[in-house]
Structures are given as structure tokens and as C-alpha cells.
Design a protein around this ligand. Sequence first.
Ligand code: GLN
Length: 204
Amino acid sequence: EPLIGVLALQGDVREHVAALRASGARAQPVRRDTELSEVDGLVIPGGESTTISRLLAMFGLLDPLRERIAAGLPVYGSCAGMILLAAKVLDGREDQHQLGGLDVIVRRNAFGRQVDSFEEDLDVTGVGSVHAVFIRAPWVESASPEVEVLARVSDTPDVPGGERAAGRIVAVRQGSVLATAFHPELTGDTRVHRLFVKMVEENS
Ligand code: GLN
């Protein structure tokens, strides 16, 4: 059984730990470099990417985590986690740190300010139909050819952002890095976490 860490600096850590355990993995919160070195994979939860970025630097985790991701550690980022993994962020803060691993440009808070949250049923490649919960979510503005697009919002979205949001990319995979703009840990549906556990198992 692989041991999967959940980065526990800020955000909905407990929900991811529970979803991973329900998916047959061992899971533990990660706050220190020593804990990071023990895990076979890592989830970066939703929360506030600017805050998590600042705490990563404060806790001395920025470089160790960048190095492990570059060395092939399987990572799954949800929402703020997706933002942190992206090579570049639009509408981020200037001092926001990036972990890299995902050759995409993301737009923060992309679906607009007026309505922060929405839900949509999405077809996710390799998973099936998923009821996706978006909370002040980013979208992937552009992705390099190495990035596999796993899901897009529909072409006629009944979502904040309207026309601009049509068909936007909201789930991707690049090698051992998985990212979703939405929050599967909130729905009790563990299929996205199971996909990640499988990725970790295949890697170890
Ligand atoms: N808007 C948040 C950010 O910029 C992400 C929201 C979330 O993780 N639910 O980091």
C-alpha cells in the first residue's frame, strides 16, 4: 500500500485524507520536509494558492517539493493545488511561487467574481461522468502538447463566466501530475482519488 501525503499548510486537508483512505491508500498530512521525504505521492488541496505559496516558503518546503516533483513524485492538485503546479498563473499575485510540474497557464478565479461557486456534471477521461464542484476555481487557459486534457466544462455552460467559460479545460494530466479545477473530495465520489492512487502505485 502506498503512503500518500496531503500538503497540510492550509485548505481542505481532512477531506483529501479521508478520500485517499476510502480509496485504499495510507494517507498522512505533510507539513515538514521529513514528512515529505516519506511519501510516495502528494495531494495539494484546495484553499488559497497565495497563502499556501507563502506558507511553503515559510516552512522551507518550496525547494524540497520542487525537487521531488521534478524527480517524478506523483502529485495531484485540486483547485489551489492546480494553480500551484502550473508553470504560469494569470491574475495571480506577483510574489506567488510556482511549484511547476504542469506545463500549463492557469487563470486564477477564472469563472468570475459575482458567483463564486457552481456545479456541473463533467465527462472526465479515465474516470467517467463526475459531479464537479467548483469554488472560486481556476481554468487552464492553455496547455502544452505534452499535457493530456481530461475534462472541459460544456460548450453551453450554465456557469459564471458565460461565453468566456465555454469549453474551458478543467482537468489535466502530465505524466505523474494530475490536476483538477474542481473538488472531488467534497462529493463522496472517490473515483478521481482512485485514479491518483493508481498513478502512485504504478510509479512505486
Ligand atoms: N481561488 C483560490 C486561489 O486562487 C482557489 C480556490 C480553491 O482552491 N477552492 O487559490
